[in-house]
Design a binder for this molecule. Structure first.
Ligand code: GLN
Length: 191
């Protein structure tokens, strides 16, 4: 049985756990360096505040070991602040794990009025619900990055190899499409 680790330093990590429960995937939370001793097959980085998550990754000694694992092929899925944490370039912020060849624009929809809900296509799949909360967008992507979704012309989901990033929060809707896509298509896990 596959096990997914959820980075649980700050933000909406519990909601990812509920989505994984509904898919029947085993999971546990990473809160400190010793948690990296447990085996896991994939990692989720939740939404929250990217500056706080980035600082805690550094302070807790999680930054280098997680970056090493992602670079070596650990499947990773970042939502919202998690997208920013994965981005090599951040407009209005500081790169953290910096493993994905994308440029994130923080608070792309404004700080206060930036929360909205819409539906749009994801890759080859049908439309799905997308909840945005003070979300970033992706300004540009490097070679080898596949754009999966655009909303009003802005890139809001992308994949680079075994890394997936969404500006929206699939864990805050009932729709399990993106989590299933991550586990099955990207991580190659059976759920
Ligand atoms: N605005 C937040 C940041 O810059 C992201 C918001 C979210 O994750 N919902 O980190």
């Amino acid at each position: 049985m596959a096990t997914v680790a959820i980075l649980a330093l700050q933000g909406a990590f519990a909601e990812h756990g509920r989505a994984l429960d509904r898919l029947g995937a085993d999971h546990f939370e990473i809160r400190q360096r010793s948690d990296l001793g447990k085996p896991f097959d994939a990692l989720i980085i939740p939404g929250g505040e990217s500056t706080v998550i980035g600082k805690l990754l550094m302070d807790l000694g999680l930054l280098s070991p997680l970056r090493d694992r992602i670079v070596k092929g650990l499947p990773v899925f970042g939502t919202c602040a998690g997208l920013i944490v994965l981005s090599k370039r951040v407009i209005g912020g500081t790169p953290s794990l910096a493993t994905m060849d994308i440029t994130a624009r923080r608070n792309a929809y404004g700080r206060q009025l930036g929360s909205f809900h819409t539906e749009d296509r994801f890759g080859d799949l049908d439309k799905l619900p997308m909840t945005f909360i003070r979300a970033p967008c992706i300004d540009s992507v490097g070679d080898g990055v596949e754009v999966l979704s655009r909303v009003d012309g802005r890139i809001v989901a992308a994949r680079q190899g075994r890394q997936l990033a969404t500006a929206f929060h699939p864990e805050l809707t009932d729709d399990l499409t993106v989590h299933r896509y991550f586990l099955e298509e990207i991580a190659g896990l059976r759920v």
